[in-house]
Design a protein. Sequence first.
Length: 84
Amino acid sequence: MKIRAVETIRIAERPNLLWVEVHTDESITGLGETFFLSRTVEEYLHEYVAPRVIGRDPLEIDLLAADLVGYLGFRSSGAELPRT
């Protein structure tokens, strides 16, 4: 399974809310959200994250997080996985 697209969704009624959909080549979509600096996060996702994760395995969460954390300098990260 590979990530094929990262999509962001914002609505005018909730300007601080940003939904993020990660689409795979197996028609599985992951959903995330943020309420903090939505415009900044949206730009960061499209300019920095998407080019680095498209084509990669979405189940390699630790590896993906490690690759992205170096840029941001965050000390932690999190993710949710669907139950199979």
